[in-house]
Every structure is written in structure tokens, then in C-alpha cells.
Design a protein. Structure first.
Length: 403
């Protein structure tokens, strides 16, 4: 990047009379326009149609002809011109006051437009919004110190299998159908700019129908609180021009839901259980790379399960390893699309200390999301997911409120 900037800089300085000037620590001067500055990365365009992504720690000073509203990581906000002071240090000039700054402490800055037309007012209103990335809420730290997000919503899952019964008469079938509603509230708290904690409290309602023929139909339903989980997320690396953002997480799942071991005669009621029935710990590692307007993300996780003797039997579910990749696309400053592919593999379970061969499982799923900002603090995200190895689907809507 430095060699490219060094080649373009002399020509840019000659051809552009009024523009922003980016001065780097290595001595390069780049003239053009600031596209954005957010989370430690400055996107800077040149008159030749190319754009550079420059990490904040590579920038010495920025000089602008326009005023910018500079927001710092601690929540402070100063409006003024970006300039160099008498000691060639980065600073903000506001009227006759000079405020030295360090770009590593800056969260973002936005140009200040004059309210001299209806169009300017509309553009200023639009600047209060940025494209939602709600599809990332489970994978990376998005909160600043002191911020709180509350996710809430529901998901609806269906599954059905049908087998014909020609010997029982025309159109007779044997079928087994499951319908499940999943409601949840999940607050997340920003402890520091790099550390967040979260809690998830679910409630589910399940209805099942078992049809052996027209003469034999059974159904049951159950509503109950599900497994409460909690976790911590820590950002190991902030995104810059050289690498993506990397986040480590640790989640704990508690068996607070309904888990009853049912006799063989009533085994068809098993889906009424809404609990794993055991404690588990899940460490994970995720990455996010934002290349406006496209976002790439992915990660790996490993769920460690613990043996339970609930029901009078010692049972240990198999540990599960998972991997996922996804992408998002900002349609405009209020809406975006996202998708994710997930693969999971679970080991054989153990019963009374003995491995039950053949109980291992593999699963793949594909999910799609649409996020829309109802306001700067409230977003809504409809989603649909398809398990690729079975029939059925999951649809849902989640909302996120930022405080």
C-alpha cells in the first residue's frame, strides 16, 4: 500500500486543488477524499477512481477543507476541521481552539453538511444511519463500552414425514408432524470496547401429531421455558488493512428446559422436550471482514458436553464440532442481506459409560437474512433456514434495540 501511495501522491497533489490530505507515518502524502473512517480503518478515494484502506495506526495527520463530526471510543464528540498543529500532530480545529487527537482513539467521523437546502437535510438525516449487520450479532463484538443491545423475537420450525398405507384403504397415510414456536429475549452488554457479555432466555411451544391411519391419531402439546445460556465475547484483533476482526467466545448452556425420559410406549412424545438435558461449554473463534459494501464472516466452535444422570441413567451426549461461513451485502444505508452455511458433526453418545456406535450425527444448514433499520437504534431481521439433510424449514423474525 505504501509503494502505491508513493507513486500516486505527486500526481494527486498537482491535479487536486481542494481535497483532503492524508499524511502517513512513513512520510507519504495522499490527496483525495475521505470516504469513511470507522473502527480503526480509513477508506480514502483518489482522483483516479481507486480507493485505499488505511489502518489508523499508519496515519500521522489528516487535513480537510470541510468540517467533520469526530466520535471517540469513549463517546465524546467534537466537530471541527482536521488539521496539523504547530508540532505536526493530528488535531481538530474548532473556531480558535485546537484539540490534539490520536486516530487510535477515534471510533468514526462524518462530514458536517450545511443545512442550506432540502437535499442537504435529507443527506444529513441519512448519515445518522449505517447499514445494519444484525446477522453478525452472534459472531463478533459490536458494542462499545457502556452500550446495551436487547435481541428479541421468535422462530417457527416445521417437520413432517409421511408414508402411504395402501392396504388400509385409498388415501390412507401414516404421518408424523412437529410444529415448534421458539420465543427468546437476549440482552448483550458492552463491558469494554473489546469485551461483551450476553444472556439468552428462551421459551418454546411444541405441538406434535402422530397419525397411524384415519382410525389412530394422537396429538400432544407443551409450552415451557427452554435452556438458558450465557456467554462472553472478546475481540482479539480489530480489523485493519492487513487482517480481519477476530473474536473469541465462550458460552455455557444450562439444562433449565423440560427433559423427561419417556417409556417406549410414549416415545412419540419425545419432541415435547425442549432441553438438551445436560450442561455444556462451547468455545469458539470467529472472524469478520468488512469490505464495503460486502461483509465476510466465518468461524469454528466446539461444544463440550457433560454427563447427566437425569432420569436415573448415566448419559453423555456426543461432543459437537461446527464450522460456518457467511456473507452480507449492504443494499443501502438502512437495509442489508446476509447468508450463512453451517456444518456440524457430533460424536457418538455414551450410555452408562459405554459408547453407543452409530449415534454420531452430521448436519448442514443454509440460512438467509434480511435486516432493516426502523430507526438508528432499532433493527428488524426476518430469516429463513433450511436443514440440508432433512425436510422442514425454520422461519423467524428478530429485533434488536440498542441503548
Amino acid at each position: 500500500m505504501s509503494r502505491v501511495a508513493g507513486v500516486f501522491a505527486p500526481f494527486i497533489l498537482v491535479t487536486v486543488a481542494h481535497a483532503d490530505i492524508l499524511r502517513l507515518n512513513n512520510g507519504d502524502n495522499i490527496t483525495g477524499d475521505i470516504v469513511s473512517f470507522k473502527d480503526g480503518v480509513c477508506v480514502f478515494s483518489t482522483p483516479y477512481g481507486s480507493s485505499l484502506r488505511v489502518s489508523a495506526d499508519q496515519i500521522k495527520t489528516i487535513s480537510t477543507d470541510e468540517q467533520y463530526a469526530v466520535t471517540f471510543g469513549n463517546g465524546d464528540r467534537i466537530t471541527g476541521y482536521l488539521k496539523s498543529d504547530s508540532n505536526n500532530r493530528a488535531s481538530i480545529v474548532r473556531k480558535k481552539s485546537v484539540y490534539p487527537i490520536a486516530f487510535a482513539d477515534v471510533k468514526s467521523f462524518d462530514i458536517v453538511r450545511k443545512d442550506n437546502s432540502q437535499l442537504a437535510n435529507i443527506e444529513k438525516k441519512q448519515e445518522e444511519y449505517s447499514a445494519p449487520v444484525s446477522y453478525l450479532s452472534d459472531y463478533t463484538v459490536l458494542l462499545n463500552h457502556g452500550e446495551t443491545d436487547v435481541d428479541f423475537g421468535f422462530k417457527y420450525r416445521t417437520w413432517k414425514s409421511t408414508t402411504s398405507l395402501p392396504q388400509q384403504g385409498p388415501y390412507q397415510v401414516s404421518s408424523y408432524a412437529i410444529k415448534k414456536l421458539y420465543f427468546y429475549v437476549s440482552p448483550k452488554f458492552g463491558i469494554t470496547d473489546d469485551l461483551s457479555v450476553w444472556l439468552n432466555v428462551p421459551w418454546t411451544y411444541t405441538k406434535i401429531e402422530d397419525v397411524s391411519s384415519n382410525a389412530w391419531t394422537r396429538d400432544a402439546s407443551q409450552g415451557h421455558i427452554g435452556d438458558i445460556s450465557a456467554g462472553i465475547q472478546y475481540r482479539l484483533l480489530k480489523e485493519n488493512s492487513d487482517h480481519p476482526s477476530v473474536t473469541a467466545s465462550l458460552a455455557v448452556n444450562t439444562p433449565t428446559g423440560r427433559k423427561k425420559y419417556i417409556s417406549d410406549l410414549d416415545s412419540w412424545k419425545q419432541p415435547l422436550n425442549n432441553s438438551e438435558g445436560y450442561w455444556s461449554l462451547t468455545p469458539s473463534l470467529t472472524f469478520v471482514r468488512i469490505t464495503d459494501p460486502v461483509t465476510f464472516f466465518g468461524g469454528i466452535s466446539y461444544e463440550k458436553t457433560f454427563e447427566t444422570d437425569k432420569g436415573g441413567e448415566r448419559i453423555k451426549a456426543g461432543d459437537t464440532a461446527s464450522a460456518f461461513v457467511g456473507t452480507g451485502f449492504s443494499l443501502n444505508n438502512v437495509s442489508s442481506l446476509g447468508s450463512r452455511f453451517t456444518y456440524s458433526w457430533s460424536d457418538n453418545m455414551k450410555y452408562e459409560g459405554r459408547t453407543m456406535k452409530g449415534t454420531s450425527q452430521e448436519s448442514e444448514s443454509l440460512a438467509f437474512y434480511f435486516s432493516y433499520l426502523l430507526s438508528p437504534q432499532l433493527s428488524i431481521t426476518p430469516e429463513v433456514a433450511f436443514p440440508l439433510e432433512t425436510t422442514g424449514s425454520t422461519v423467524g423474525v428478530s429485533m434488536t434495540r440498542n441503548f
